[in-house]
Design a protein around this ligand. Structure first.
Ligand code: LLP
Length: 421
């Protein structure tokens, strides 16, 4: 559920008119709803109520400082995958003891940062990484808390580009090698190996693959405990899907939590979850203005002012996002099919193909829905387009939490070499 709805014929975010935001900030612009972010955290926390659990928001989904601060105020921690994300989380007020550091390619510098901050756990993905972390921790005279990410060889379903738990994927240590990797890790100085970590993919709408992966992981954790390893944590990653199109019905957080409770059974230890999308996706929209209608022999293009640099998911994953006119259609308005495309010079710069839209004309404002996760986070300045701004709404209030850079700001890191004549 989200807090975007038509009020008095116009789409609003909570109690703020989106047309007003667009007027003031310009388009394209992302708009996030505080109430929706908070609600999603509450729903997950309530679903997990019986189980001691750290909800570590996956910062890659939306790293905006004001969004992170909103989540921090709800008690949420962070799952980070870079030194930059770690610093974002800390800057937004997320305590280090609630931060897990994931990712296959942490540098020594990033490890040092995590150790200096005293983060909750490093999720380590290879023997080589374990050895490096051990060296860095010893150099600093620290002990790193470590969970080892395993690859359960389970097909997550969904888009292959966001599936991470099959044997050929780069993620996690191979299933059969896992016990030996834990043995080796236990022998390395500077490491305290406390957990088993698994994450099989993203936008997973059925529970069965997660249940299969988690069951294998819990069984492994128990057998490691029996073998004398001090395993006291399970990190079950993120990945729960969200409804993007009307009719989508992914598993609910309640069903997900029930499945987890069932699978972990009597496992004695703490739990970490790393939800990203399920918290942020439906809490954001991308506002864009229709620039031109352009007729081709077999279709009409609706050219909008947002491009794939601002919102990449349709180009990258063929992702479906609802597109809603900010002005509610009126009785008698014509419904037409459009290919909704952006201004970027790529054929994949396309938000929808043959999409029925009612009452839309050049100049109209449109909201591309469910773009709060992996929206602004994946944006770029391709085609020398400035990074898209972000606005956070709370009740009747709104604030530009990242403004649009000027042209000068866009180029300020660039310099000419001395040989330029
Ligand atoms: N934990 C780990 C280790 C991850 O790799 C990810 C996402 C998450 C947690 C959060 O997953 P979520 O709950 O958001 O599904 N750009 C893609 C999604 C990439 C996800 C990468 N990893 C998209 O727009 O669909």
């Amino acid at each position: 559920m989200h807090h975007f709805s038509h009020r008095g014929g116009e789409l609003a975010c909570e109690e703020v008119s989106l047309a007003q935001v667009a007027e003031a900030v310009g388009t394209p612009v992302y708009v996030y709803s505080t109430a929706t972010l908070e609600r999603h955290v509450r729903v997950i926390a309530e679903a997990m109520h019986d189980i001691e659990c750290l909800i570590a928001f996956s910062v890659k989904a939306n790293g905006n400082l004001a969004v992170l601060a909103t989540l921090a105020a709800q008690g949420v921690g962070a799952d980070v995958v870079s030194g930059g994300e770690l610093q974002r989380a800390r800057r937004a007020g997320i305590p280090a003891r609630k931060i897990v550091f994931s990712g296959v390619g942490k540098t020594r510098e990033e490890m040092r940062l995590g150790l200096a901050e005293g983060i909750y756990q490093f999720n380590v993905e290879s023997v080589a990484e374990l050895r490096t972390l051990s060296e860095v921790a010893c150099d600093m005279g620290r002990t790193a808390s470590v969970a080892i990410r395993v690859n359960p060889d389970v097909e997550a379903g969904g888009h292959p580009n966001i599936s991470t738990g099959k044997a050929g994927d780069k993620f996690g240590v191979p299933w059969d090698a896992a016990p030996a990797v834990f043995d080796e890790a236990a022998r390395l100085p500077g490491l305290s190996v406390v957990g088993v970590d698994v994450h099989i993919g993203s936008q997973i709408d059925r529970l069965a693959p997660m249940r299969a992966a988690f069951a294998k992981t819990v069984a492994l954790a128990k057998s490691l405990q029996e073998a004398g390893h001090a395993i006291s944590r399970l990190d079950l990653g993120g990945g729960l899907g969200v409804p993007y199109a009307r009719g989508d019905a992914p598993a609910s957080p309640a069903a997900y939590a029930e499945m987890i409770a069932d699978v972990i059974g009597d496992f004695d230890g703490a739990l970490v979850l790393e939800p990203g999308r399920v918290i942020a996706a439906n809490a954001g929209v991308l506002l864009t203005r229709a620039l031109y209608l352009k007729n081709a022999p077999d279709r009409t293009f609706l050219v909008v002012d947002a491009g794939m640099n601002d919102f990449l998911r349709p180009a990258l994953y063929d992702a479906h996002h609802e597109i809603v006119p900010v002005k509610a259609p009126r009785d008698g308005d014509e419904t037409r099919q459009f290919d909704v495309v952006g201004p970027v010079c790529e054929s994949t710069d396309r938000f929808a193909v043959q999409r029925a839209l009612t009452g839309v004309a050049g100049g109209d404002l449109l909201a591309i829905m469910s773009t709060g996760a992996y929206g602004a986070a994946l944006s770029s300045q391709y085609n020398a387009r400035p990074l898209v701004p972000e606005v956070l709404v709370r009740g009747q209030q709104w604030h530009t939490v990242r403004r649009r850079p000027s042209f000068e700001e866009m180029i300020q890191l660039e310099t000419y070499p001395e040989w330029k004549s």
